[in-house]
Design a protein around this ligand. Structure first.
Ligand code: SAH
Ligand code: SF4
Ligand code: F3S
Length: 470
C-alpha cells in the first residue's frame, strides 16, 4: 500500500470514529456515566490507554478509579509473562458478580492478550459476560464497537490479525501536563525466541517523521518539556519507511524543537545501536544521558538461543563505548533468568555483566514459557526452584550495584524535573535527574513541572533524597 493511500484511509477512519463519538455523546448526555480503565504491561499499553481515555472522555464518560461506581469497565491487557495473564483472569473472575448485580454494566477487554486465539476461545466459553473484546490493531475503533454493543445488545468480538493503517488525530488524554510519551513505531520484527510481543503487536512499522514532529511540536506548545519516544526497538526506526531514515537522524530533528528540554527513548536493542546514535546523544544537551539497554542474558550461548544477535563481549564493548562518550550515562536494563538451557556458568556470565556495568536499576524476570514462541518447545527447561534461586541472587547483586551507582550522587547538586507527589508523603515531590534517577524532594505541589537544582543528601536503594538547593 502506498503512503498516500494509508494517509487517506487513516483520515477517513479518524473522521468516522469522530462522527460516532459525537452520536454517542448525544446519547449519554446528562447521564453522568463513568468508566474505569485498568492498564497492564508496558508503555505501549499505557500510551494506548491514554488514547482510549481520550476517546471515552470525548464521548462524555467521566473517569473513576473505583470499579464499583463504573458503568464501563475496561482492561487493557498484557501477556508478556504468564503471571500477567493470571492477574487478568483473577480480576475478571471478580467482575462476574458485578455484572450480575448491574446488567447495564459494560465490560471490555483489549490489548495484547486478546491477540491470542486461545485466550479469546477461553473468554467465549468461560467469560460470556464480557461485552466487548478487541485487540492491539484496532484500538481506535472503540467508539464504533461501543456503539454497536449499545445498539444490538450483542457481545462484540473484533480482533484483527495484522494492522491495516496507522490512524492519526483522534482524541487523546495525557496523564501528565509536563511530560508525554510519543510512539515513533509499532510492532517488532526481532522474534527473540522467548517473546510473544511480535505475535501480538505485529510487524514493525514506523510513523512518518512529519507526523512525529507535528505531534511533539503540538505537545511542546501545550507545555510539555519532556518526551519519551516509544518503540520496541527504536534503533531500527525508519528502516521500512518509503524514504528510509535512521533513528539518530530523527532524534537530531526532534532535538531542534524549541522548548523541548528532555528527550528520552526506549527500548534500544543492542544489535542496532550504532555510532551515529552515540554521537547524536553525546552532542545534544536535551537528549537525556540515560539509556535502557536490555541485555537479557550475559551468556553468549544463551543469547544465541534467544536470537538476540549479539554476544556478551560485543554488549560489554558497546556499553563501554557509550560510557566513554558520555561518562555520566545512567544505564538500565532487562534481564531474564532461567531461559531454557541456562547453566550455572551461563548465569554467572549474567552476574558478571551486572557487576561490570552497574545499572542504576534493572528489571529482572524469571523466564516464563509463552505458547507459540520457539523457546516454549526448547529442551532443557530450567527447574523452577533453580530459576527462583538464581533470580534471588541476581536481584541482590542488582540492588547492591544500583546502590553503589546512586551513592555517587551523594553531596552533588543535580537538576531535577519535579514530576508528581510522592506516593508515601504528600509534602514530598518525586522527580528525575537527566540520567533517569528518581529523586524525592520536599517541595510544594505547585512546583510540579519545574526544573530545579537539588542537593542530594541521602541515597536509598532505588532513589535519592535531596533538598531544593538555595
Ligand atoms: N522490546 C523490548 C522489550 C519488551 S518486553 C526489548 O527488546 O528490550 C519487556 C521485557 O520483558 C523484555 O526485555 C524481557 O526481559 C522480558 N520478557 C519478555 N518475554 C519474556 C518471557 N517469556 N519470560 C520472561 N521475561 C520476558
Ligand atoms: Fe520481544 Fe525481542 Fe521484540 Fe523486544 S526486541 S519486543 S524482547 S521480540
Ligand atoms: Fe507490552 Fe505486555 Fe504487550 S509488555 S507490548 S503490553 S504483551
Amino acid at each position: 500500500m502506498s503512503k498516500r493511500q494509508i494517509v487517506e484511509i487513516s483520515t477517513q477512519e479518524a473522521k468516522r470514529q469522530t462522527e460516532i463519538i459525537n452520536i454517542l455523546s448525544q446519547r449519554i448526555k446528562g447521564k453522568n456515566l463513568k468508566f474505569c480503565l485498568s492498564t497492564f504491561g508496558c508503555q505501549m499499553n499505557a500510551r494506548d490507554s491514554e488514547k482510549i481515555k481520550g476517546m471515552l472522555e470525548e464521548i462524555g464518560y467521566l473517569q473513576t478509579e473505583n470499579e464499583d461506581e463504573a458503568d464501563f469497565i475496561l482492561y487493557n491487557t498484557c501477556c508478556v509473562r504468564e503471571n500477567a495473564e493470571t492477574k487478568i483472569y483473577g480480576r475478571l473472575g471478580a467482575l462476574k458478580g458485578k455484572k450480575r448485580e448491574n446488567p447495564n454494566l459494560i465490560i471490555a477487554l483489549c490489548g495484547c492478550m486478546m491477540q491470542q486465539d486461545m485466550v479469546v476461545e477461553t473468554l467465549k466459553k468461560n467469560y460470556k459476560f464480557v461485552d466487548i473484546i478487541f485487540g492491539t490493531y484496532n484500538t481506535y475503533k472503540l467508539p464504533e464497537l461501543l456503539q454497536t454493543r449499545l445498539e444490538t445488545g450483542e457481545n462484540i468480538i473484533d480482533i484483527w490479525d495484522s494492522y491495516k493503517d496507522i490512524v492519526e488525530d483522534l482524541p487523546d488524554a495525557r496523564k501528565y501536563d509536563h511530560k508525554a510519551c510519543v510512539n515513533i513505531m509499532y510492532g517488532c520484527n526481532n522474534f527473540c525466541t522467548y517473546c510473544i510481543v511480535p505475535y501480538v503487536r505485529g510487524r514493525e512499522r514506523s510513523r512518518q517523521p512529519e507526523d512525529i514532529m507535528n505531534e511533539i511540536k503540538g505537545l511542546v506548545a501545550d507545555g510539555v518539556t519532556e518526551i519519551m519516544l516509544l518503540g520496541q526497538n527504536v534503533n531500527s526506526y525508519g528502516k521500512t519507511l518509503e524514504n528510509p531514515m535512521t533513528f539518530a537522524a530523527l532524534l537530531k530533528q526532534i532535538s531542534q524543537i524549541e522548548g523541548l528540554k528532555r528527550i528520552r527513548f526506549m527500548t534500544s536493542h543492542p544489535k542496532d545501536l550504532n555510532d551515529e546514535l552515540i554521537e547524536v546523544m553525546a552532542s545534544h544537551d536535551n537528549i537525556c544521558k540515560s539509556l535502557h539497554l536490555p541485555f537479557q542474558s550475559g551468556s553468549s550461548k544463551v543469547l544465541k538461543r534467544m536470537n538476540r544477535h549479539y554476544t556478551k563481549e560485543s554488549y560489554l564493548e558497546l556499553a563501554h563505548k557509550i560510557k566513554k562518550a558520555m561518562p555520566n550515562i545512567g544505564f538500565t536494563t532487562d534481564i531474564i533468568v532461567g531461559f531454557p538451557g541456562e547453566t550455572e556458568e551461563d548465569f554467572n556470565d549474567t552476574m558478571q555483566v551486572v557487576d561490570e556495568i552497574g545499572y542504576t536499576s534493572a528489571f529482572t524476570f524469571v523466564y516464563s514459557k509463552r505458547t507459540g514462541t520457539p523457546a516454549a518447545t526448547m529442551e532443557e527447561q530450567v527447574d523452577e526452584q533453580v530459576a527462583k534461586e538464581r533470580f534471588n541472587r541476581l536481584t541482590a547483586l542488582v540492588n547492591q550495584k544500583a546502590a553503589e551507582a546512586l551513592s555517587k550522587y551523594q553531596g552533588q547538586t543535580v537538576e531535577v524535573l519535579l514530576e508528581e507527589i510522592s506516593k508515601n508523603n504528600r509534602s514530598v515531590l518525586s522527580g528525575r535527574t537527566d540520567t533517569g534517577i528518581l529523586v524525592n524532594v520536599e517541595a510544594s505541589e505547585d512546583m510540579i513541572g519545574q526544573y530545579v537544582p537539588v542537593y542530594i543528601k541521602e541515597t536509598k536503594s532505588h532513589y535519592l533524597v535531596g533538598e531544593l538547593a538555595k
